[in-house]
Design a protein around this ligand. Structure first.
Ligand SMILES: [Zn+2]
Length: 216
């Protein structure tokens, strides 16, 4: 059983995936797991509070198991101030409903760290789609955060970074890419030089820890 911790694709037979929803919060299939959040790229600067309210109502369901993806992105056109306001609300809400938070962060690690600290985020934190330097990965690990990797693992420059991260802090994902989760697992196992079943077992352990889950 592969766990896809963050995807925008529909659920697939035989794969435990957390499908991300940034709208249509009421349309979640009760058989599957979801995360809900306002992605920084798509924040409606005028109506986000209303949308957030609707999301909160939907988010109490048991099969919505994480908050996000949410976070900060310096490369998008949405006002950085509004992005921060929206992200703060996600942190507070995740604390309130005690569900892990999945973070999108582009060129804003200092601000994301600061907000997680200032607003006392006390749920597990997963930085998704990691494609950055070893130093940043080390900062994340030191804080006890989790890091999820996807298609970028096929980029040779990320191999060293991936290798340096304890396997207890890792998740794998497809996000919106065309890579399937099995190929991401295979690549991850190759880089870490561990068999697929061992990798798969460890990711299940990580999942149980973060989601307080008895699913596996
Ligand atoms: Zn995503």
């Amino acid at each position: 059983m592969f766990i896809d911790i963050h995807t925008h694709h529909p659920h697939q037979e035989g794969i435990f995936s957390i499908q991300n929803r940034l709208k249509d919060f009421d349309n979640c299939n009760s058989l599957y797991q979801y995360s809900v959040g306002l992605h920084p790229w798509f924040i409606d600067e005028h109506q986000w509070k209303d949308i957030f309210g609707k999301m909160k109502l939907a988010g109490n369901k048991n099969n919505i198991i994480a908050v996000g993806e949410c976070g900060l992105d310096r490369l998008c056109d949405i006002s950085f101030k509004i992005q921060q306001d929206v992200f703060i609300q996600h942190i507070l809400w995740a604390n309130e409903i005690a569900k892990p938070i999945i973070i999108h962060c582009v060129k804003a690690f200092d601000e994301v760290f600061r907000l997680l600290t200032d607003f006392q985020c006390n749920v597990p934190v997963i930085f998704h789609g990691f494609n950055n330097k070893k130093e940043i990965a080390e900062r994340l690990i030191k804080k006890g955060y989790f890091i999820s990797f996807g298609k970028a693992l096929f980029n040779p420059s990320l191999e060293n970074v991936f290798n340096s991260i304890p396997i207890e802090n890792i998740f794998l994902e497809t996000d919106d890419s065309d890579a399937d989760i099995k190929s991401v697992y295979t690549q991850a196992g190759r880089i870490k030089n561990i068999p697929l079943d061992q990798l798969s077992l460890q990711i299940k352990k990580n999942f149980k820890k973060v989601f307080n889950s008895t699913s596996f």
